[in-house]
Design a protein around this ligand. Sequence first.
Ligand code: FES
Length: 149
Amino acid sequence: MYSDKVMDHFMNPRNVGEIENADGVGQVGNAKCGDIMKMYLKVEDDIIVDVKFKTFGCGSAIATSSIATEMIVGKTLEEAVELTNTAVVEALDGLPPVKVHCSVLAEQAVKAAIYDYAQRHNLVIKGMENYVPIDEDHDHHDHDDEDEE
Ligand code: FES
């Protein structure tokens, strides 16, 4: 059901932890499953030089955040903004359909951290012009963009 890559990143997640004095921090959650992902960035000259994450969530959320950190380290902020959940799923050699939302969390966590960095520096990152921050206080809301069952 899970690819070797998913299992590998779940069992041995890369870049777990937090960065003290991070330049950007993003936290996102999924109201339905209750999983939470937090991403920390160290940025130098517009390049992400270090990434760490903490995920309180399912195995797929851990695997997707782990691989997402590997995919954005060394990239410019503009490049990292382009990371999609589909790319994350592909890099993991697939996820079961019911677990695709976990990869969405990884994409959102990266964007939230970059947005935080941009806010602190009064920047608008290309590709983020229309970005709307996700309400961290999501527990009290019902997002209608999530599919109803
Ligand atoms: Fe919700 Fe995986 S089950 S993030």
